[in-house]
Write a protein that binds this ligand. Structure first.
Ligand code: BJW
Length: 285
């Protein structure tokens, strides 16, 4: 197989494309944590030619905004709290105040955070690709704040509030000091509008996401450990339907060995670089 300059070829894994050299940078390179990371020309070409592209994002996309991820050993939210203690309906029933307070803390943290260059690059990508679907597992609303128009939230939104008993969205309630607050209709507990373990994903969101994955020509899996289902199966569905799979993540994930290209670096650095190369490739077409 012959390879063009700057093309590491499909199936390169790990650091195969991260080259430690100090020559002047070719156009397709980015410096990530002191290492030069090649963005293969063939990948940029495939992206430029694609009519239907999906980006599936996870907590890693918001890491550079200061929002903790879930499973990373040092900084993940669940290094301090066990998921099963906080993110299940059973946990909420057992310790409603603890769970409500935890989400209040996270809401405040997220409200103070700002979108990072990765979020902005994805909102620009939406403008460049004829049919672009942004599927996010994140509940923080940062994609929308970066200007992405069509965001499919697979795990809900931390800024929504539901009645725990009725499942209905609640917009206002009286602040009588009760924690969690009470539903103004049925006096049941209010809960955050996110999807906990053991709960079904919003039907329409999952249906749209599954359709987009099955129909896309290229899927970017960005900043997710690819462990939580059913979101984790979407790249496999896309691959089975013939799409090119590209992972952007500084560390190996469950998906890495199934991806056609792996860009080992933070989303906030890799995505703007990929976008820059895409603009150039589109201009040259
Ligand atoms: C960077 C970076 C940088 C860092 N740049 N990257 C099939 C097989 C096995 C199990 C199941 C299955 N189907 C269902 C299940 C059970 C379960 C599940 O998947 N369990 C697994 C743990 C095994 N799934 C469910 O229960 C789901 N429900 C369901 O399937 O219901 C079926 C049903 C049908 C009908 C009736 C009833 C039920 C629901 C899953 C809900 C997940 N909810 C959470 C919490 C949301 C609320 C909240 O925010 O508190 O969603 S869990 C948590 O994980 C959160 C995330 O969205 C999700 C995914 O995490 P993510 O985004 O991947 O984050 P991390 O931390 O894991 O990874 C971060 C990554 O970023 C790392 O890789 C870093 O390297 C990287 N990174 N810096 C780029 N700068």
């Amino acid at each position: 197989m012959t390879r063009k300059k700057g093309d590491c070829g499909p199936k390169h894994q790990e650091h195969a494309c991260a080259i430690l050299q100090s020559r002047s940078l070719p156009d397709s390179s980015a410096i990530v944590r002191g290492m030069r990371v090649e963005i293969p020309a063939q990948l940029v070409e495939r992206l430029a030619a694609a009519e239907r592209v999906v980006a599936l994002t996870g907590a890693g996309v918001s890491a550079e905004s200061g929002v903790p991820t879930f499973r990373e050993a040092q900084t993940g939210l669940w290094a301090q709290y066990r998921a099963e203690e906080l993110a299940t309906p059973e946990a909420f029933q057992r310790q409603p105040k603890l769970v409500w307070d935890w989400y209040e803390w996270r809401r405040t943290l997220v409200a103070k955070a700002a979108p990072n260059p990765g979020h902005f690059a994805l909102s620009e990508l939406e403008q460049l690709v004829p049919e672009f679907s942004l599927l996010t597992q994140n509940v923080d609303g940062l994609h929308q704040r970066a200007g992405s128009q069509r965001v499919i939230e697979l795990h809900g939104s931390i800024f929504d509030t539901l009645c725990f008993d009725e499942g209905t969205q609640v917009l206002t309630w009286s602040d009588d000091g009760s924690v969690p607050p009470r539903c103004p209709r049925c006096a049941g507990w209010l809960r955050p509008g996110v999807v906990w373990f053991g709960e079904p994903l919003p039907e329409a969101a999952l249906a749209s996401a599954s359709r987009a994955a099955a129909e896309c020509q290229l899927l970017l899996s960005i900043g997710t450990s690819s462990l939580v289902h059913p979101a984790a199966r979407l790249p496999y569905d896309a691959k089975a339907a013939g799409a090119l799979i590209v992972e952007i993540n500084p560390t190996e994930t469950a998906l890495s060995k199934h991806a056609d290209y792996v860009l080992r670096g933070p989303a906030g650095e890799m995505l703007p670089q990929l976008l820059r190369l895409l603009r150039k490739a589109k201009a040259a077409r």
